[in-house]
Design a protein around this ligand. Structure first.
Ligand code: NDP
Length: 451
């Protein structure tokens, strides 16, 4: 049987674009459909604009610190219009790059929504159909807001980059990556920021000591973080939103942003009719090679809800191409993934938290918290944390947790050592780079506790 293409990719985000390009570079005839903008969540409404907003929001503190160092600076405030215009032209430029990458790789792209008609056929929103030997679903996810009275007044991370003006006050709901990052961003930009989280501490699942320090520093920097607190209902009141909280508080905010998790974009794709299985959260169920219950259909990235990070989706896309087009069955490696949370202060982490590791075996915890030189000189009370979790039996570093400016950059490099199976003694025999914050990771003398 002959097909129009060897591969049809649905979704032009990080994972889909990479898989399409690599398959095409290997000689496959590839097409890709994207209903929205090329680049997907990460480039258009996630990592990239978020990080640029983090940068923007950090300059207020930097200006204060510069003054403490003797610079004569005048801070006349932040111009949202200026930043927003520049931000969106940068996103346009990046989208253009993504389109060109596909074009130059020989991938045919369709600005259309695609749904599955049968195991080898997709229907595009213009009514045309295309056949392919393999179909790859890489449709990502979208923000999810729970149902309650006034939920329609909430914005999500999709809208935050498009605000007409910066609000005077904002409430951010949730305690995950997105909520905690945007609380820092908004606070840094000078917006009066509150964050409500229903649980006992933000960033559930991460090392307790690390997330405790992040929360403490966020509060110190002026964020009104309320734990054990959720939104009950919201009502429009003039140009403000009245929020009734579970702790009995009633407050007015200009904007309320919900960052209460994301859902896979797997509805209305025609999956059910084909017998493609979906999990409890609506994600597409795949095996270790990203193959669905229908052998010609694969899925990668957030739509499969494995580890929802851009570099992981890219890896899953490459492993798919290796498996399907290079005859070399390869499963993406989901172990020991370093990651950063761009809160203020930033957190970088790899491996097991102290709590998880202690459930598994006897561990030694090496940890130090101190005031970094640069900020201490400027008169800030801010502390950083450098922490290693070590297996007592094998001496291997099972986890590393850093809370510090630049923690994302640090954990990328520590990640190599941890992934290689470095022991505490390997860290110890590495000479310190002085004076830095991360040198503490190689000079941690004795455990603070053994569990
Ligand atoms: P998360 O799943 O990380 O967090 C969702 C938060 O919302 C949790 O605090 C959760 O609470 C809370 N929540 C869930 N349901 C409700 C509810 N009904 N009412 C109140 N609160 C609720 O999702 P995010 O949206 O923050 O991020 C999505 C994913 O995007 C992340 O998992 C991550 O993989 C990725 N991401 C990565 C980034 C990075 O690498 N720096 C940055 C941004 C996103 P509870 O803890 O109690 O369940």
């Amino acid at each position: 049987m002959s097909f129009d293409y060897d591969l049809f990719v649905i979704g032009g985000g990080s994972g889909g674009v990479r898989a399409a390009r690599v398959a095409a570079a290997g000689g496959a005839k590839v097409a890709l459909a994207e209903e929205d903008r090329y680049g997907g969540t990460c480039v258009i409404r996630g990592c990239v604009p978020k990080k640029l907003m983090v940068f923007a929001s950090e300059y207020a503190e930097m200006a204060d610190d510069a003054r403490a160092y003797g610079w004569d600076l005048e801070n006349k405030g932040f111009d949202w219009d200026h930043f927003k215009t520049k931000l969106h032209s940068e996103l346009d430029r990046l989208e253009g790059i993504y389109r060109n990458l596909l074009k130059n790789a020989g991938v045919e792209s369709f600005d259309a929504r695609a749904t599955l008609a049968d195991p080898h056929t997709v229907t595009l929103s213009d009514g045309s159909t295309k056949t392919a030997k393999h179909i790859l679903i890489a449709t990502g996810g979208r923000p999810w807001v729970p149902e309650f009275t006034g939920a329609e007044l909430a914005i999500t991370s999709n809208e935050i980059f498009h605000l007409d003006k910066l609000p005077e006050s904002i409430l951010i709901v949730g305690g995950g990556y997105i909520a905690s990052e945007f609380a820092g961003i908004m606070n840094g930009l000078g917006v009066k920021t509150a964050q409500y989280y229903r649980g006992a501490q933000i960033l559930r699942g991460f090392d307790d000591e690390a997330r405790g320090l992040v929360a403490e520093e966020m509060i110190q920097s002026g964020i009104d973080l309320k734990l054990g607190t959720n939104v009950l209902e919201m009502h429009r009141e003039g140009d403000k939103i009245r929020v009734k909280a579970s702790n009995g508080d009633e407050s007015l905010f200009d904007q309320v942003m919900f960052a209460t998790g994301r859902k896979p974009n797997a509805d209305d794709l025609g999956l059910e009719a084909l017998g493609i299985e979906r999990g409890r959260g609506g994600e597409i169920v795949v095996d270790q090679y990203s193959q669905t219950a229908v052998p010609s259909v694969y899925a990668i990235g957030d739509v499969t809800d494995r580890v929802n990070l851009t570099p992981v989706a890219i890896r899953e896309g490459m492993a798919f191409v290796e498996t399907v087009f290079n005859g070399n069955p390869t499963s993406p490696d989901h172990e020991l993934i370093p990651t950063a949370i761009f809160t203020q202060p930033e957190m970088g982490t790899i491996g097991l938290s102290e709590e998880r590791a202690a459930e598994q075996e006897t561990i030694e915890v090496y940890s130090t918290s101190f005031k970094p030189m640069q900020q201490a000189f400027a008169g800030r009370a801010q502390r950083v944390l450098m922490k290693l979790i070590v297996s007592q039996a094998t001496r291997k570093v099972l986890g590393c947790h850093i809370v510090a400016p630049g923690a994302g950059e640090m954990i990328q490099l520590v990640g190599i050592a941890v992934k290689m199976g470095a022991t505490k003694e390997d860290f110890d025999r590495t000479v310190a780079v002085h004076p830095t914050m991360s040198e503490e990771l190689v000079t941690l003398k004795s455990p603070v506790r053994t569990l």
